[in-house]
Design a protein around this ligand. Sequence first.
Ligand code: UDP
Length: 327
Amino acid sequence: MANRKRVLITGAAGFLGSHLCDRFIKEGFHVIGMDNLITGDMRNIEHLFKLENFEFYHHDVSTYVFVPGELDYILHFASPASPIDYLKIPIQTLKVGSLGTHNLLGLARVKKARMLIASTSEVYGDPSVNPQPEEYWGNVNPIGPRGVYDEAKRFQEAITMAYHTFHSLETRIVRIFNTYGPRMRLNDGRVLPAFIGQALRGEPLTVFGDGSQTRSFCYVDDLVEGIYRLLFSDYAMPVNIGNPDEITIREFGEEIIKLTGTDQQLISLPLPTDDPKQRRPDITKARALLGWEPKVARAEGLKITYEYFKSLPEKDIQHKSFTNYSK
Ligand code: UDP
């Protein structure tokens, strides 16, 4: 069909990017996926290759991006997104959020496309207000281990707003809070895959610090729905999308022990530098502007995610190193 709307999704082989590809295919778009596969996995999108309205470019958006033909929308989801990844590939993390975003904004201008960027609750750093509304400016350490991600994302928001105000580009900014679901990397070091992986391997669950720090976990389908609605709204300022159901990491570990039926216990390891003590989205704006709120309770989402991890090949479950850095 020649008149399908065309959307470019960067980070297409990643966790969120691949779910977005599925959603836009389902909605009848022509989807162009792009990924450099440093942290992405082609298995997340291989089911799409048989479709005529899907194509894929193996490309690093930190270098000049060329896409032939028209583009109506660009969704920039390429980025390492776990603290372990930022430690291992800090320069790439900085480049994809800064240079990559600049390249894609340029592409959006040329194509007259609307651009949505994936920002993050990390722009709030270790927040001194809870929950975090969009108006909160954050408490970020620029030179700490998380600074490469946090500051790249803050720069990404700044340059996106500049293109919006100076070039009148249509832009959208989603601030994503902790999200989980099938296709997360079991070995990316994030707390949910870490705990489930440990339970599956029969290892103790590693709680960092005393486990009193909080997070609020959003199921991926809810997140994708929020992003879809934001893209088609007329609101250019940042919008938090996340689930406000807040839990301490220790309680979360206990939930995973119950879910998996493991006989393992929680053990304590040192708290990483600058680990935020609390995180919970204020979603007043998403509710009012998009009529959106999360629908999937943690118990339900965790069950689906656990089934997914259990179904992975044994070698993936046993594999503990984090990223394909050799690529
Ligand atoms: N965490 C933990 N054990 C792990 C991995 C992470 O206790 O094996 C903690 C981590 O210190 C943080 C929280 O879980 O307080 C969430 O960490 P994650 O890396 O998933 O994401 P963040 O929200 O910190 O970016």
